[in-house]
Design a protein around this ligand. Structure first.
Ligand SMILES: [Fe+2]
Length: 594
């Protein structure tokens, strides 16, 4: 049976599931080169058709995540189109008048943002923008037409059920588990709980009152950062807040909602979360606001998960949905005495909805026990030989770089050990927002000074954001404190660091709280990346590398080698001298090859 999973809002993607196994996942942003790109994922589908023509011509079912989508999201391309100023205009022109008793029409007040050409769906056919069924029919027709299949094969899957299925089927937990899905919003809910018993998921709780994702979204906006993209910067900043600064702003958050047993209770009637937070947080320091928001999220999640574990007697916890990207909160939950195992999947935000939708679709049309679990992140598509060779003939490369063939893991490790930074790519893309050694910028983690070099010369990152390490799995006990043996292959969990890590991995741990968002590198999952780090450990005694994603600020992770040239190396503000793909080393003229 061949199932195509699809997600068509922000972070759009497609997932090809054949005979119970995921063959590939394609994220739209990687092809259109627009970060978190939204809408019908045409470019991703085309890429799958090119690579898997037989399977794509013989689809049995399409599972599309989200039963309901919003006309205004498609018409304005709100995500990822809106910038900070646009969100503020939306708040002031649309939401604030509602608070004041007016009834503005969204499409009228935001008319400057509407561009129906931006959307693959023919929105001109929609007679009533408020009729979600009419929009669903348009989506169904377009998907069926494009894939040349019957409309009867296209099904729409609940947003949170999609999150839950991806959470469970990407975990190594085979016994009973509780799956928590927590996010900003999807199909009229922002949190659900699914019980897994004997490999079957059952949704037992659903609420639209767990507004943690929304609160974090508005705090991000209030701090002058991009909502839905820069929440991780608020989390990184939170660690810098002094404890006594947090006390008062924390009360602002605690007045909103509380955990009561298994449920979430609103403590006041909040008509507009943004205006409430804006008014109540005025005058507090920026870092205190970040710290208080983070503490509130941690406390709420900790209590809620603990209560559910106690009630059900099930100690295995899976966290997914956008809020599960908050690794500090996941870390605190992982430390609960009553939690035995915890899993946070790769790409727990909406980019993985296509995976969960495909898995759900399979589980209702086939035997769920035949559905294979995901155990590798390298499920994206690769690039062709032609793509690779085009780089060697690229005029900018010819003018500015030398080329060395047969570059070995030892060669790469030598460059890194000498203190240089290497852009590295090989094979199939890792799925999700974390680079895991196939689309990575690598450096030695030993010298802290490298942080500033990468921040200013390449990534243009904020000074308070930490870098992360890829650690040889066999070195894990040396560097991370992980008594519960949490699966850390996807870089979705944070750990406390050992004294040796504090000493040897200075450039890849959080400068204030010394936590590590570690990726453990297993030889069987990525032999070449494992070999590079092994060679580096032979030379330096350190079994880890600093690993950050291969992109520049604001762009998606690269897909093929030419993206590295066109988006990164040609940029006059970027100083990057070494680029390795496959066995080719491209190094700037004037630099040594090894
Ligand atoms: Fe979601």
């Amino acid at each position: 049976m061949i199932v195509l999973g699809m997600h068509d809002n922000h972070s759009a993607s497609v997932c090809l599931l054949v005979d119970g196994e995921i063959l590939a996942i394609a994220e739209e942003e990687r092809y259109t080169r627009v970060k978190m790109d939204s809408g019908f994922p045409k470019a991703s589908i085309d890429a799958l058709i090119e690579q898997y023509p037989y399977e794509m011509a013989n689809i049995d079912y399409v599972g599309v995540a989200c039963i309901f989508q919003s006309y205004k999201d498609f018409a304005t391309k709100r995500y990822p189109g809106f910038k900070i100023r646009d969100f503020l205009i939306e708040e002031n022109k649309y939401w604030l008048p509602i608070l004041n008793g007016e009834k503005p029409n969204y499409l009228k007040v935001m008319k400057d943002y509407i561009n129906l050409q931006n959307c693959h769906y023919d929105l001109k056919k929609i007679k009533n923008p408020d009729d979600s069924e009419e929009l669903q029919n348009l989506r169904r027709s377009h998907i069926a037409d494009y894939l040349n299949i019957s409309k009867k094969k296209v099904f729409f899957i609940d947003h949170h059920l999609s999150h839950a299925h991806h959470g469970f089927y990407s975990s190594q937990i085979d016994t009973d588990a509780i799956v928590f899905t927590i996010d900003g919003w999807g199909d009229f809910a922002n949190a659900t709980i699914n019980m897994v018993r004997s490999g079957k998921l059952e949704c037992i709780y659903r609420t639209d009152q767990f507004n943690l994702g929304r609160i974090y979204h508005f705090v991000t906006l209030l701090l002058g950062m991009q909502p839905e993209q820069h929440e991780y910067k608020v989390m990184g900043l939170a660690a810098y807040a002094k404890e006594h600064y947090i006390v008062e702003p924390l009360k602002v958050f605690e007045k909103m909602y509380k955990v009561e047993g298994l449920d979430i209770k609103p403590l006041m009637k909040i008509k507009n979360h943004y205006q409430y937070l804006k008014n109540e947080l005025e005058g507090y320091r920026f870092d205190a606001i970040a710290g208080a928001a983070q503490r509130y999220v941690e406390n709420m999640l900790k209590e809620w998960v603990r209560n559910w574990v106690k009630e059900t007697g099930i100690n295995n916890v899976i966290l997914t949905g956008g809020v599960a990207l908050n690794i500090k909160a996941s870390k605190i939950i992982s430390e609960l005495d009553s939690v035995s195992k915890i899993h946070v999947p790769m790409g727990s935000g909406d980019e993985s909805l296509s995976i969960g939708a495909a898995q759900y679709m399979w589980s209702v049309k086939n035997d769920p026990t035949l559905l294979q679990k995901i155990d590798s992140p390298y499920l994206g598509l690769g690039y062709s030989n032609e793509d690779a060779l085009s780089v060697l003939d690229h005029p900018y490369v010819k003018e500015n770089f030398n080329i060395k063939e047969n570059c070995s893991p030892k060669d790469i490790a030598s460059i890194l050990a000498s203190g240089e930074i290497v852009a590295y790519m090989q094979g199939r893309m890792e799925f999700g927002p974390r680079a895991l050694g196939n689309r990575s910028i690598l450096a030695s983690p030993i010298d802290q000074n490298i942080v500033q070099v990468i921040n200013t010369a390449i990534k243009n990152r904020d000074f308070w954001m930490p870098f992360t390490p890829s650690i040889l799995a066999e070195f894990a006990p040396k560097y991370i404190i992980n008594p519960k043996k949490i699966d850390a292959r996807y870089m979705t969990m944070a750990f406390d660091s050992t004294d040796e890590a504090k000493n040897k991995l200075k450039a890849a741990i959080h400068q204030v709280d010394s936590t590590l968002r570690a990726q453990l590198v297993f030889k069987e999952l990525n032999p070449r990346y494992h070999a590079i780090i092994s060679e580096f450990s032979e030379m330096t005694g350190v079994g880890a590398l600093l690993n950050t994603s291969l992109n520049i600020h604001g762009k998606p992770i690269v897909h093929k080698p030419v993206n590295v040239i066109d988006e990164i190396l040609v940029n006059p503000l970027v100083e990057l001298n070494y680029f390795v793909f496959d066995d080719f080393l491209i190094y700037r003229k004037g630099k040594e090859s090894i």
